[in-house]
Design a protein around this ligand. Structure first.
Ligand code: 8YV
Length: 312
């Protein structure tokens, strides 16, 4: 008998195919009646394979009393209530490390595109403005600029390496000082004050909600850039929008938003922002590696072995 699991939403195609062949699966996102669906599977479902931002809270866990494991596709587990899982002795796993390089590549691309205004300059050419109006206005160099990393974990370290190769200097703020060769700042405002580019790499969730607020953006100042590859929830988004509209900061590069995939349309008209549709880890290779790890955790759990990447 294959173990029964619920898949919360459709994920990466290869991962879906393997999940469906190794487990008896039920797809929650396509259920016409969520309550009836949960009731129908309550007695038999032992695992959840989670994809995307759908909240996984105590209420959902209680609706599945046989639940033993929640295996998330992604390193960020802010959609899963870890305390609720702990109280119910449910294992939670994620997919760290396999996406570090890919997400760091995206972060570097956002720094470069935002400071050098590459997408805007390309749009200028495509609109026929080069011939009509002359050269595109000068942009800002990366070399010699200070990159402040808010949340220096494994992804942050991979970003630091790439940024240093472009001649940037690194500083950081974490809750705890780390044994790294970069200067430490005691809080986000102090870090922003010292930074030309402030890079958000913290986890999402209640602890970091709106950590980057007007005080931090004021400290970053009119010559400073914000880049976010973490979670939209970490930034006070309406305040950021206003600061960009009023040129109170120089620009922003954003891969994540507060209510994805809905992005406030006011962002679309900003000349000083570069916007990506949450593509941090979105390559064939990395998504496959994430899926393989998500599945391996389920496989190991259901064959009585310890999971590889338990977060709670
Ligand atoms: C993915 C991510 O977009 O790992 C994360 O936390 O944000 C991204 O890599 C996400 O996991 C896709 O569901």
């Amino acid at each position: 008998m294959k173990p029964e699991i619920i898949i919360t939403a459709k994920g990466h195609a290869g991962t879906m195919a393997t999940l469906q062949s190794e487990f008896a699966t039920h797809l929650l996102s396509e259920a016409p009646d969520r309550n009836a669906f949960l009731k129908q599977h309550a007695g038999t479902v032992r695992g959840l394979a989670t994809f995307g931002p759908m909240p996984v809270d105590g209420k959902l866990m209680d609706a599945l009393p046989k639940l033993e494991i929640i295996s998330n596709f992604g390193v960020g587990v802010d959609a899963i209530n870890l305390d609720d899982a702990k109280k119910r002795n449910i294992i939670v796993t994620n997919t760290p490390d396999v996406l570090n390089d890919c997400v760091a590549d995206t972060a570097l691309a956002l720094i470069m595109n935002t400071l050098r205004r590459m997408p805007q300059s390309e749009a200028y050419l495509r609109a026929g403005k080069w011939a009509a109006r002359g050269p595109y206005p000068l942009a800002t160099s990366l070399g010699g600029k200070v990159l402040g990393i808010l949340g220096l974990g494994r992804i942050g370290e991979a970003i630091a390496k790439r940024a240093m190769a472009c001649g940037m200097k690194i500083r950081y703020h974490n809750r705890n000082k780390k044994d790294v060769p970069y200067p430490y700042d005691p809080d986000p405002v102090a870090l922003a004050k010292e930074s030309d580019v402030l890079m958000i790499v913290t986890p999402g969730g209640a602890e970091t909600a709106k950590l980057v607020n007007s005080k931090v953006l004021d400290a970053l100042g009119p010559q400073g850039y914000l880049v976010n590859i973490a979670r939209g929830s970490v930034v006070d988004e309406p305040v950021l929008l206003r600061y960009l509209q009023e040129n109170k900061i120089a620009g922003a590069g954003l891969d994540v938003f507060a209510d994805e995939p809905r992005v406030p349309p006011e962002f679309f008209t900003l000349e000083n922002a570069v916007l990506f549709p949450h593509v941090g880890s979105a390559t064939v290779e990395t998504r496959k590696a994430m899926g393989d790890l998500q599945i391996e955790n389920l496989r190991r759990h259901f064959s009585g072995k310890p999971v590889l990447t338990r977060i709670a």
